[in-house]
Ligand binder design. Structure first.
Ligand SMILES: NC(=O)c1ccc[n+]([C@@H]2O[C@H](COP(=O)([O-])OP(=O)(O)OC[C@H]3O[C@@H](n4cnc5c(N)ncnc54)[C@H](OP(=O)(O)O)[C@@H]3O)[C@@H](O)[C@H]2O)c1
Length: 382
């Protein structure tokens, strides 16, 4: 199968490329500002790489019509601030409160990447009769209830969440049955892309090595997910023509960001009490620091075809339960969801911080291996 992977230089996109190559597909890898893709280049003839600004509709459509793929996996999008972001990262995600940036710029970028790019990809996918797989987020829900079913109605509480909810609807409207949208919690793993350092534990290491003791929310419950495991799911969805619609995928262990960081510290032999602190619970009138609660004060620069999702007027609850029910998708796929021990097993010491870790733990410098991840075998595993 010929699959176009957009955002192939990103944290998830690089894993998707590797998963698709392992499963024997032919890949067109599209990067944004950086050229893909150091590790994926090992795919030889099975991969071609391009750099393309997908906010330029003319270029994107021309390339997709030329390539005529069987499927598109869209890994372009902004990322939700998670309490470890620099101000610039938060601004890019549309979290103006955290970033102190200009509301208009940040929201326009979130709208362009989370709504307009997917809408255009969905239109082209429909034109080509190609499958489109698109990634949304657990935070389209407000967290008041938890255990959300894939049929539940989103209730976003901030800019990132609203644009993800709008993106879901834009994709489903434009692709008309050819799209699978997968809502997921925060991702973990090792950055495989050329830019590196994008995952949660890699950014934790950067903060720790700089002498910081990050303060993370202990009031938001989510199911940390391995990016490689999600990548396998996204590729499997391309291989299954009938699984259109909105689905949920996540890890099987529910943890707060504070608990997650504690478990990561322990996994690398660090004393969690010295390296991570719980954030004080947010006052009821304000958002948790892990969410972007900035109300959608300005209209998107490009009017979407469908009306934008209304952002809940009330703030998110002080304690948020964003757990997702994996039914019925988990029963339909060969890829299995992972518990957090398995997610931890796969994490490697970021090479740049191996010497720092050795000084902390008194062990010889060297990266901890992620353990052997078996290659998938066609006919047996998929
Ligand atoms: N990471 C998470 O924890 C998480 C959780 C839930 C949902 N998601 C969703 O998963 C998707 C992937 O996230 P990620 O963590 O992999 O993000 P990421 O590491 O920031 O990657 C984003 C990708 O989009 C590309 N891109 C940005 N602007 C572009 C443009 N104008 N034209 C073409 N490409 C462009 C980037 O290219 P360059 O870097 O080369 O510019 C990069 O390859 C997003 O939709 C995100 O909302 C992520």
């Amino acid at each position: 199968m010929k699959i176009v992977v957009t955002g192939a230089t990103g944290f998830l996109g690089a894993e998707v490329v590797l998963s698709a190559l392992r499963r024997g597909h032919c890949i067109v890898a599209l990067g944004g500002s950086t050229l893909p893709l150091a590790r994926a280049a090992t795919g030889g003839d099975a991969i071609s790489v391009r750099q393309l600004d997908l906010t330029r509709p003319d270029l994107a459509e021309t390339l997709l019509l030329e390539e005529f793929p069987d499927a598109i996996i869209n890994c372009v999008g902004t990322r939700e601030p998670d309490g470890l972001d620099a101000a610039g990262d938060a601004a890019a995600a549309g979290d103006n409160a955290a970033a102190g940036g200009t509301a208009g710029d940040a929201e326009a970028r979130a709208t362009a990447l989370n709504v307009e790019v997917p809408r255009r990809l969905a239109r082209v996918a429909h034109h080509l009769s190609a499958k489109l797989v698109h990634i949304s987020a657990d935070s389209v829900f407000d967290g008041a209830r938890g255990d959300y079913a894939h049929t539940d109605t989103p209730a976003p509480t901030g800019v990132f969440a609203r644009t993800k909810a709008d993106g879901e609807r834009a994709v489903l409207d434009a692709a008309r049955g050819l799209a699978s949208v997968v809502r997921v919690p925060p991702l973990h793993g090792n950055s495989a892309g050329v830019t590196g350092g994008r995952s949660f534990h890699e950014r934790l290491f950067a903060r720790w090595a700089a002498g910081a003791r990050p303060t993370l929310p202990d009031t938001v419950l989510r199911q940390p997910l391995d990016a490689g495991n999600l990548a396998d799911v996204l590729v499997e969805l391309c291989e299954r023509p009938n699984l259109g619609g909105v689905w949920h995928w996540a890890g099987t262990t529910a943890l707060t960001p504070f608990e997650t960081a504690r478990r990561i510290a322990e996994r690398f032999g660090l004393d969690p009490a010295k390296f991570v602190s719980p954030a004080p619970p947010p006052p009821a009138a304000n958002a948790s620091p892990v969410t972007d609660a900035t109300p959608a004060a300005t209209a998107p620069t490009t009017a979407p075809a469908t009306a934008p999702t209304t952002v809940s007027a009330s703030p998110p609850p002080a304690r948020r339960d964003l757990r997702l029910s994996l039914a019925p998708l988990a029963g339909k796929l060969r890829t299995l969801p992972l518990d957090f021990d398995s997610v931890l097993e796969r994490l490697r010491t970021p090479p740049a911080f191996a010497a720092w870790l050795a000084t902390q733990t008194g062990t010889a410098a060297g990266t901890r291996s992620a353990g052997a991840i078996p290659l998938l075998i066609k006919g047996r595993d998929f």
